[in-house]
Design a protein around this ligand. Structure first.
Ligand code: SF4
Ligand code: SF4
Length: 208
């Protein structure tokens, strides 16, 4: 899945950059709206494979770890989770008002792309994914109702926590006391990282 996933991400990034260079980046928002309905059925596939921010954050995270500048901490003011909703409301307001008042599209998407890269240079990807990204706020809202998602077979799971370590969005957690992993489909990007490291092949993409 990894090489295939990487090819899909690069293809979507190329489409995004092409739209950006042609001045048609607002078309990307149409794709995003479609992805919300896809999330209702199949989970947050957009976040795992189509999102240009996620695709750029992967090498940036690698670089941040290599340079030893990544911190495991999270800024205190972000921890209550409200900021991601503020970024969503402000982004929508800016897009609507700029169009109505100035008859132009302000570069909201490139702005968040830049923020995602800067934040990931210092913090773990989960900080941007779960606490800052305005698009993530909507994907979480729709993804919580997904009919198909990654799920853990508790008969097979041995609670080794290897999956926790590779999850970009803290979606999988081994429950204290139970020694079994559980996936929060609202946070899951359906990326397969956890499946690839699980020594018991306990994680499956299945109807839930
Ligand atoms: S990696 Fe697999 S076996 Fe280990 S805790 Fe996660 S789901 Fe369970
Ligand atoms: S690592 Fe697993 S639980 Fe975490 S986002 Fe990817 S598929 Fe979902």
């Amino acid at each position: 899945m990894k090489p295939f996933g990487t090819i899909v991400r690069i293809l979507f990034l190329a489409i995004f950059l092409m739209l950006l260079l042609n001045g048609n980046v607002m078309l990307w928002l149409l794709l995003f709206v479609i992805s919300l309905f896809v999330a209702l059925l199949f989970g947050r596939i957009y976040c795992g494979y189509a999102c240009p921010m996620n695709t750029l954050m992967l090498p940036v995270e690698w670089l941040s770890k290599k340079l030893k500048i990544q911190t495991k901490s999270t800024p205190k003011w972000l921890k209550n989770g409200y900021f991601t909703w503020i970024t969503l409301v402000v982004s929508i307001a800016v897009m609507l008002l700029s169009k109505r008042l100035f008859h132009m599209d302000l570069p909201v998407l490139p702005f968040w792309l830049t923020v995602s890269v800067i934040v990931t240079l210092r913090y773990r990807p989960v900080v941007f994914h779960n606490l800052i990204c305005p698009f993530g706020a909507l994907q979480r809202t729709f993804g919580r109702f997904s009919r198909v998602s990654k799920s853990v077979d508790h008969e097979a799971c041995i609670g080794c926590k290897l999956c926790e370590k590779v999850c970009p969005s803290d979606a999988i957690k081994v429950l204290d006391g139970k020694n079994k992993a559980v996936i929060n489909k609202m946070l899951c990007h359906q990326c397969t990282n956890c499946q690839e490291v699980c020594p018991k092949a306990a994680i499956h993409y299945t109807k839930i």
